[in-house]
Design a protein around this ligand. Structure first.
Ligand code: SAH
Ligand code: F3S
Length: 475
């Protein structure tokens, strides 16, 4: 009997953690359907781009990758090219019309249909489109519940979705349009999924939502919030760390902070973007909180959760941002003393209110300058704060072999996040190597040790620190 060769699928993921999770779920599902996931595009018969629409640059990168595949597609007409995620949702049919080499366009809410779309394309060679249906709810549960830890890149750490979509409609942001309205998953599904993952060896769970603290699930006259999720999953056997991202600085229930303080497995870490330190700009962004309220919340968090680290996002060069507004942002950064910040130059997104109604009036050179200045300030602060950790013990979850031991700009953290998604299987067979992991406060720490430690929690003593990396030695 001749056994048929499995078709090879290559997946490239852009954007946020939600996309990383989606890619993983799609990969698991495809494997279960008999495909093989490979990590080199040239050997793949199916190429999937999981895309991001948050900034124009992210979309341009994908367009250029699709462009590069035109020739490849002519030479290998059997090659299937799929665009999934936010850009697929935003551009829809247009992607199929403009790029004949694209076979599948599938929105982020339709990924449970992806495998059948792929089968259809392989069978009939026709273009297929599936976009989010606002009437449909809960449709991704099928994928969430089918994840197989054996197929995960990092079988000891997993994302669990608690919500989808966003209702906040910040004026600059495309997410509510491409990911749809907020929907909270039933708490029992979250608990069941976490339990299943923990039974399969997962030690760290990161709960995901665009505004994770807005989680509200109502049933039978009862309402559950994020604090309830934290306490319900806390005692699941095998779990060692629980995190949640990203928090929205408004409607932040104090019960969440109390849960962080009381529940030892919940890590002392908040990613809570401020976006700007100017009330005028916050208003123009439709963020619905003031700088003062933001600072009060940070103060409360520091008071209730000792040792908490705070990460943030800022947009520079938003419509109408003056030098005085920018100074106010720097001032806020100095007051909060973030562990790290993601800093973005404002990019108008079609369909958003800012793009429609407000002039993108800060020149590119100024945006660039403000970006560099803010990064420099953040690095200065992080460097100073990290020096205070030298000599102290920390506990890290070892993620894998370090590819980039010296990170010297904050912007690189985003990339490092992707790159530190170490090749677990490759690394686990070698002896002493430089390993990387994260502290409970989400700081990156590197040290020399055996690859057998990957996936374990180890104690280190910090011997040196840069703005982005702690250098440790095993205790
Ligand atoms: N709540 C989400 C936010 C998604 S967008 C989360 O989970 O992170 C991520 C970040 O991109 C935002 O916090 C914001 O700082 C930035 N961003 C969003 N829209 C942008 C735009 N039009 N231009 C520049 N940066 C943007
Ligand atoms: Fe975007 Fe604001 Fe929601 S940044 S994801 S609209 S909270």
């Amino acid at each position: 009997m001749i056994t048929s060769m499995k078709k090879k699928v290559y997946i490239e993921t852009m954007g946020c953690q939600m996309n990383k999770l989606d890619s993983e779920l799609v990969a698991c599902h495809l494997k279960a359907c008999g495909y093989e996931i490979c990590d080199a595009l040239p050997e793949a018969e199916v190429v999937i781009f999981n895309t991001c629409s948050v900034r124009q640059h992210a979309e341009e990168k994908v367009i250029s990758k699709i462009g590069q595949l035109k020739k490849e597609h002519q030479q290998r007409p059997q090659l299937v090219v799929a665009v999934i995620g936010c850009m697929a949702q935003r551009l829809g049919q247009q992607l199929l019309d403009d790029y004949r080499q694209v076979d599948i366009v599938c929105g982020p809410g339709q990924l449970h249909h992806f495998s059948s779309m792929l089968a259809e394309v392989l069978d009939r060679r026709r273009q297929m489109l599936s976009l989010n249906d606002p009437q449909e709810t809960d449709n991704l549960e099928i994928l969430d519940s089918k994840r197989d830890t054996e197929e995960m890149d990092r079988p000891f750490s997993a994302f669990v979705r608690v919500m989808r979509g966003c209702n906040k409609y910040c004026h600059y942001c495309v997410v509510p349009y491409v990911r749809g309205p907020e929907q909270s998953r039933p708490i029992r599904h979250i608990v069941a999924e976490t339990r299943r993952l923990a039974e399969n060896g997962v030690k760290e769970i990161t709960l995901l939502g665009q505004t994770v603290n807005s989680y509200r699930f109502k049933e039978g006259g009862k309402t559950w919030g994020l604090a309830d999720v934290l306490s319900q999953i806390h005692d699941i056997e095998g779990l060692e760390r629980i995190r949640f991202v990203t928090s929205y600085p408004r409607d932040f229930d104090e019960r969440i902070l109390r849960a962080m303080a009381d529940l030892p497995r919940v890590c002392e870490y908040l990613h809570i973007p401020a976006q700007s330190g100017s009330n005028r700009i916050l208003k123009a962004m439709n963020r619905n909180y003031s700088v003062e309220a933001y600072l009060d919340l940070i103060e409360k968090a520091r008071e209730l959760v000792p040792g908490i680290t705070i990460a943030g996002d800022f947009i520079v060069g938003y419509c109408g941002e003056t030098d005085a507004d920018f100074l106010a942002t720097k001032e806020l950064m100095r007051k909060v003393r973030y562990k790290n910040c993601f800093i973005f130059k404002y990019s108008p997104r079609p369909g958003t209110r800012a793009a429609a109604k407000m002039a993108d009036d800060v020149p590119e050179v100024i945006k660039k300058q403000r970006n560099t200045e803010l990064l420099a300030l953040q690095n200065e602060i992080a460097f100073e704060d990290n020096q205070k950790l030298v000599g102290l013990p920390v506990e890290i979850l070892v993620e894998g072999a370090s590819k980039k031991p010296h990170l010297d700009s904050t912007e690189e953290v985003a990339e490092a996040d992707a790159e530190c998604t170490i090749n677990y299987y490759e690394a686990k067979n070698s002896d002493t190597i430089q390993l990387t992991g994260r502290t409970r406060g989400d700081q990156i720490a590197v040290f020399n040790g055996s690859s057998k430690l990957i996936g374990q929690i180890v104690k280190l003593k910090i011997v040196k620190a840069s703005a982005l990396t702690l250098f440790g030695e095993m205790q």
